[in-house]
Write a protein that binds this ligand. Structure first.
Ligand code: GRF
Length: 202
């Protein structure tokens, strides 16, 4: 399967997907890396790794033209799936509708807890002993689609949002490639998706 990765920042999850895709038995490959910010550091890494990169500025184009062009280019690149990896924009419902069940996201919390930003501080403020990360199917509601897989991560007594984020990120890098591989291997088997997905057997 061909996967397009969308990012806005440093791109460490993109890198995890990219390096996983180098394994001979990996069922996906990265066909394109793009995002909303032409200067995102993650794009530089993708380029250095020889992956096709598309630089679009959502700021310059405006929301409608940006998502329109993005959709065109993803189709041109032959993408079967989109993996959001630190893509900091809410997708328009009509864009999601064109890629139903074909967009995945990684989120740094144990969803449905702590949608949106500042997940680690929220977990610390709540006194949680366990944090983690989730991979889910993207629906028009933010961080809300069916959960494909999660990894729990222990919270340490002296954790700050930064130290916890760093530990969760290690788990993210393990989880995302495995969840994506498991998902694309099922080739959108509708009964499996309907069953609300549950935990992937990773
Ligand atoms: C990750 O924590 C991811 O879960 C969240 O944004 C962050 C992106 O980090 N959606 P990176 O750009 O992949 O390093």
């Amino acid at each position: 399967a061909k996967v397009a990765v969308l990012l806005s920042g440093r791109g460490s999850n993109m890198a995890a997907l990219l390096y996983a895709a180098k394994a001979a038995d990996c069922p996906f490959r990265i066909a394109l890396v793009s995002g909303d910010k032409p200067q995102a550091p993650g794009l530089l890494l993708a380029e250095a790794e020889g992956v096709p990169v598309l630089r679009l500025s959502a700021k310059e184009l405006g929301r409608e033209a940006f998502f329109g062009q993005l959709d065109d280019k993803l189709r041109e690149a032959g993408a079967d799936y989109i993996a959001l990896a630190g893509f900091m924009r809410i997708l328009p419902a009509d864009f999601v509708g064109k890629w139903t069940n074909r967009i995945l996201n990684i989120h740094p919390s144990l969803l449905p807890k702590y949608k949106g930003l500042d997940t680690h501080q929220k977990a610390l403020d709540a006194g949680d002993r366990v944090a983690g990360c989730s991979v889910h199917i993207v629906t028009p509601e933010l961080d809300d689609g069916p959960i494909l897989a999660q990894t729990e991560v222990a919270v340490l007594p002296d954790d700050s949002a930064e130290t916890l984020a760093a530990r969760v990120l290690i788990a993210e890098h393990q989880l995302y490639p495995r969840a994506l591989a498991g998902y694309v291997s099922r080739e959108l088997d509708p009964s499996w998706i309907e069953q609300k997905v549950g935990e992937l057997a990773l």
